[in-house]
Design a protein around this ligand. Structure first.
Ligand code: GAL
Length: 637
């Protein structure tokens, strides 16, 4: 892990877009930043047209001036390459380098992220502008870190994508026979007899091939990574001591496998935007933070963006009342972020995000928002020491990007199923019990965990299956829920009882999937209810923890089981439990922590962070935390 050069302690600041404002505003910006304790700003993220107004013609004057001014003000710069938004001259000159949707619609400028990462002209232009920036600024004293691109995640289904996809598939499968087997090509006459027949998944008459879709996501993740790496290598050559990152974003549309990417960045950086109109924004922020820390392998990471106030999106907005911005920041810092960064410094007057909140709102600095920004900025330096210490967790939740990809959109599934919701539920119930859990890759190292929970991990590769076997045999406690290991890495069903082939480990076989209509619940004896989905189990040596109390086919049949295996044990939950039922199970498993619903208590080494999201004062140990407040104290011995 590397840290932005010259930034001591926690990072505080955000995206700064000076090119949107007359230079007369800049001095005021720097003065306000100093007042607020801002020590790092990200500039240049969408500045390509300002930096290269015509192909090969650069205008660095404004960037020189603002870099110098920031440096004079003691503010470090996280300088972005602007490749997430090519200028209009580029898109008109290279129409083949624009992204294409599955239905063949070619996008055009007027928004952002309009490029085809597979197109040679875009690759070339990206490297040219990144190279020009590297040459000019690698030695600038304000430069603390490089920020490559912005939120990689754009998919294209163009001819360039197709060509690259075929090459990727050839590398992976070597022969068409192997590909046809992996994609179950005998179905619906999808057997390929020439590599050139293979398409990036296009708009089709009916359902598409799940194995092809999953490979296309993996391919896109690799192709985006390749684009990142090319820029990174170039920036690194120009200034080997400057750390390099890109900001990860999280959503079902993002074909980026952060487990694979995290090793390629010097510092994991993450943008956290809890869902629009989301009343559980705190829960989602905590989940994002735990994911980012886990991608970083437990090292500190950086919250690169969050919103200071209302997030304005097409489908709703989240207001942040008094103290909420600070509490969200503390959620991230307590869970491993070495700082709190925002989108954006100053709210814009125009453009698509003109109603997005900022550290300096439209109404200016004499506002509640800016006062809270200053208060937080003044409090952070005292926490620098606490944030150098690790967050230790002995429980991990499996996070499988492939399960998310394979179950999204129009996926072929046994019943409508929301993978993320299942993962979020486990995280939520554990958090409400005060447990701070890590996330882990199904194929990653699980040895440091006592308990691993696999919430409906739909795709379980052979390697992941072996990993879980090894973990449990070695003394781990595995808890898996319905649909875990339904399919393998090629989206092919695991025969003989599903469960990723681990029927001996769980001591059960899954015989049938039983989707339930919305609103219908199935009771479990002394345990609470299940909803939406359950499975019919056959016992193969496991003990029954509880049974279904009714339901066609399920009455008195096992619902939750446990099986000793090697030195460990494997629990299986054959249905979608409601929160209260998971809570009961975690109670039985003695998964407890010092926090509770509404009060985060997170230990980092010798320090304890307490964040009180409730409207009443709370006392944890000897620390009293006011309603809506937070505190950091020595951890009790
Ligand atoms: C992020 C993006 C920013 C801004 C922000 C708005 O995803 O990186 O540029 O658009 O969302 O919430």
């Amino acid at each position: 892990m590397d840290w932005p050069n010259g930034v001591d302690g926690l990072c505080y600041g955000g995206d700064y877009n000076p090119e949107q404002w007359p230079e007369s505003v800049w001095d005021n910006d720097v003065a306000l930043m100093r007042e607020a304790g801002v020590n790092l700003v990200t500039i240049g993220v969408f500045s390509w047209a300002a930096l290269e107004p015509r192909e090969g013609e650069y205008d660095f004057g404004w960037l020189d001036r603002i870099m110098d001014r920031l440096h004079d003000g003691g503010i470090a710069v996280d300088l972005a390459t602007p490749t997430a938004s090519p200028p209009p001259w580029f898109t008109l000159a290279h129409p083949d380098a624009l992204g294409e949707r599955p239905d063949g619609t070619r996008q055009i400028h007027g928004s952002r992220d309009t490029y085809d990462v597979h197109a040679p002209a875009y690759r070339e232009a990206s490297l040219r502008i990144a190279g020009a920036l590297a040459e000019r600024y690698a030695a600038h004293p304000a430069l603390a870190m490089w920020h490559v691109h912005n939120e990689y995640g754009t998919t294209s289904h163009s001819v360039h994508a197709e060509r690259a996809f075929r090459a990727w598939l050839q590398g992976k499968y070597e022969t068409l026979d192997a590909l046809n087997r992996a994609w179950w090509g005998a179905f619906w006459s999808q057997r390929y007899s020439d590599w050139d027949q293979i398409m990036a998944p296009r708009a089709t008459q009916y359902l598409t091939n799940p194995a092809q879709e999953l490979d296309f996501k993996r391919f896109t993740s690799d192709a985006l990574l390749d684009h990142y790496r090319a820029q990174r290598n170039l920036l690194h050559r120009a200034g080997p001591d400057i750390p390099i990152t890109t900001n990860f974003v999280f959503g079902p549309w993002v074909p980026v496998d952060q487990w694979r990417w995290a090793g390629e960045v010097d510092l994991v950086a993450f943008d956290s935007y809890p869902g629009a109109a989301d009343r559980t924004a705190e829960q989602h922020s905590a989940l994002h933070a735990d994911l980012a820390r886990s991608w970083a392998g437990g090292d500190p990471w950086l919250l690169m963006e969050q919103s200071a106030g209302t997030v304005h999106t097409p489908d709703g907005s989240i207001p942040k009342g008094p103290g909420r911005m600070a509490r969200h920041s503390m959620i991230h810092i307590s869970r491993g972020s070495k700082g709190a960064m925002f989108f954006q410094w100053r709210s814009g007057r125009g453009g698509a995000e003109q109603w997005h909140s900022a550290l300096v709102p439209h109404a200016g600095e004499h506002t509640r928002t800016f006062r809270e920004v200053v208060d937080l900025g003044q409090a952070l330096p005292a926490l620098a020491e606490t944030a150098d210490e690790p967050v230790e967790a002995d429980t991990a939740i499996l996070w499988s990007p492939e399960s998310w990809w394979a179950t999204g959109g129009h996926a072929s599934l046994p019943a409508p199923f929301d993978y993320f919701e299942n993962v979020a539920q486990i995280h939520r119930v554990l958090r409400d019990r005060g447990v701070v859990a890590d996330f882990a890759s199904p194929e990653g190292d699980l040895s440091k965990y006592a308990t691993v929970i696999a919430p409906s991990t739909y795709v379980l590769s052979s390697a992941a299956s072996e990993n879980l076997r090894w973990f449990t045999a070695g003394g781990g406690r595995l808890v898996a829920s319905y649909l875990t290991g339904a399919v393998d890495e090629h989206c092919q069903v695991w025969l003989g009882g599903f469960l990723g082939g681990l029927t001996d480990l769980f001591g059960v076989r899954v015989l049938e999937h039983l989707p339930q209509p919305d609103g219908e619940v199935r009771a479990l004896w002394n345990f609470g209810n299940a909803e939406r989905f359950c499975e019919l189990l056959e016992m193969r040596g496991a003990q029954c923890v509880t049974q279904y109390a009714g339901g066609e086919l399920t009455e008195d049949r096992p619902a939750v089981t446990v099986n000793p295996f090697g030195k460990g044990e494997a629990w299986y939950v054959s249905c979608k439990l409601v929160d209260e039922a998971w809570d009961r199970l975690f109670e039985a498993l003695e998964l407890n922590g010092p926090g509770s619903a509404g009060v985060d208590v997170v230990d980092r080494g010798r320090w304890r962070y307490i964040i009180n999201h409730t409207d009443t004062e709370t006392r944890i140990g000897r620390t009293i935390v006011p309603a809506g407040g937070w505190a950091v104290d020595r951890r009790p011995e």
